[in-house]
Design a protein. Sequence first.
Length: 115
Amino acid sequence: QLQLVESGGGLVQPGGSLRLSCAASGFTLDYYAIGWFRQAPGKQRELVAVTTRGGVTNYADSVEGRFTISRDNTKTTVYLQMNSLKPEDTSVYYCNAVAYGMNYWGKGTLVTVSS
């Protein structure tokens, strides 16, 4: 079964860090563009960071300089390193893989930034 599974969410204090993982099962991610999205209660899902097949990365203005998206060498996992977290970063974070008409979503991992 082809699926994406996010992990690494949790409760963190403002200013803290978390690293989210997006693990692919049943396929590799090297031919896919991977995006991290987030959705807070009552808000629309928004794109946070993206990495293309060629390794080009792009970030939402709200996370630029604080978040970093990266791929691991096994080609099955993509990470989102989140530093200097703010309460407004509280959301469910989802990863998305797109290529050749295929589109996969994970079920999300909850990040809560609170003191």
